[in-house]
Design a protein around this ligand. Structure first.
Ligand code: FUB
Length: 336
């Protein structure tokens, strides 16, 4: 996020927010057309496959008027066909982290299952003295929560990442378990960080590394297909600027070396940000993202009122990704 956007977000975060809180239960069926989720303004999709169900974790935009962000909790939806979704309501709130400032900081999170438990890695603003975004871990026995603070303290704090930007660089965690069972956490904002986690998922197991990637901005998403490790991320062209697009790189191991391949998709509609979430489900790959085309009641889509969407994701024989076109049809039509 650009500095001026962060400034705006902080300045408005004390506003009382009331709009668009979703009820638990089935949401209006979309048949897979975009936006996929329409009962609330949602962003930063983090899909998780558990058996024959996809749990879709999202951030939750409550901004009104010209407010940029008002995000206080994380939502989850579930579906067995990606066309009919059930809302389970908020799974965790920023105020569940006692060390957090709890002030418009429930930004992009990701969940994973390990040994029958579910872990939610979530960025929130830390209280003094270690001010700045930090990353906490929630734990639950169920993918639909509720998640509770697994540590009672932040896993990653601003003072642990001294390279790059101050204050807002420890955001957008992606968590990945490698074939040997090792969990890895990646995150960052203009600097991409990587660290191994201990098997308990709540402690670091080594030094924090940095990964060099062209135009890395935020929103990393790690996954593996066959022998290839993939890293999708939001990028802004260093020379031309503009809005975020989704780029990707591949590697023979999670630690790299990473080879940059270009864009998966370009700027999204009506939103400065875009954020990837990629899964394979029932032998088909999917690309989740957000745009800002949804209107709910009197509120129109905007940078602070985004909406989660999805498209099919296809790979070439050499493992490179076929560029994704952002559509209204989404996954309602059969895959190409
Ligand atoms: O939703 C708040 C922030 O905007 C996320 O953390 C970024 O990825 C961007 O989508």
């Amino acid at each position: 996020m650009r500095n001026r956007l962060i400034g705006l977000a902080s300045a408005v975060s004390l506003l009382a927010i009331s709009a668009c809180s979703p009820e638990a239960g089935p949401v209006a069926p979309t048949g897979g057309t975009n936006p996929l989720i329409r009962d609330a303004f949602t962003a930063d999709p983090a899909p998780l496959v558990v058996g024959n169900t996809v749990y879709l974790y999202t951030t939750h935009d409550l901004a009104e008027g010209d407010v940029l962000y008002a995000m206080n909790d994380w939502l989850v939806y579930s579906s067995q066909d990606l066309r009919n979704w059930e809302a389970h309501g908020p799974v965790m709130s920023e105020s569940d982290f006692s060390w957090a400032e709890a002030n418009n900081s429930a930004w992009a999170a990701e969940a994973i299952e390990k040994d029958g438990k579910f872990y939610l890695y979530a960025p929130v603003k830390h209280k003094e003295p270690d001010r700045g975004f930090a990353i906490g871990v929630g734990v639950s026995d169920s993918p639909t929560g509720p998640f509770v603070d697994a540590r009672g303290s932040a896993l990653i704090t601003n003072s642990m990442t001294t390279v790059g930007r101050d204050y807002d660089q420890d955001i957008d965690p992606t968590v990945f378990i490698d074939d040997d069972g090792s969990p890895w956490l990646m995150w960052g904002h203009f600097t991409c960080f990587l660290v191994k986690l201990k098997p308990n998922m709540t402690e670091l197991d080594g030094e924090i590394m940095t990964i060099e990637l062209p135009d890395f901005t935020e929103g990393p998403w790690l996954f593996k297909r066959g022998d290839i490790y993939y890293l999708a991320y939001a990028s802004i062209d260093e020379i031309e600027g503009g809005n975020e697009r989704i780029a990707y790189a591949t590697a023979p191991a999670v630690t790299g070396p990473w080879t940059y391949w270009g864009l998966i998709t370009g700027e999204t509609r009506n939103s400065y940000t875009i954020h990837p979430g990629i899964i394979e489900f029932k032998d088909q790959w999917y690309f989740f993202y957000h745009d800002a085309l949804l209107d709910i009641g009197d509120l129109e889509g905007a940078d602070g009122r985004r909406a989660v969407a999805a498209e099919y994701l296809e790979f070439n024989d050499d493992g490179t990704i076929v560029p994704v076109e952002q559509t209204d049809v989404g996954i309602s039509a059969p895959p190409p």
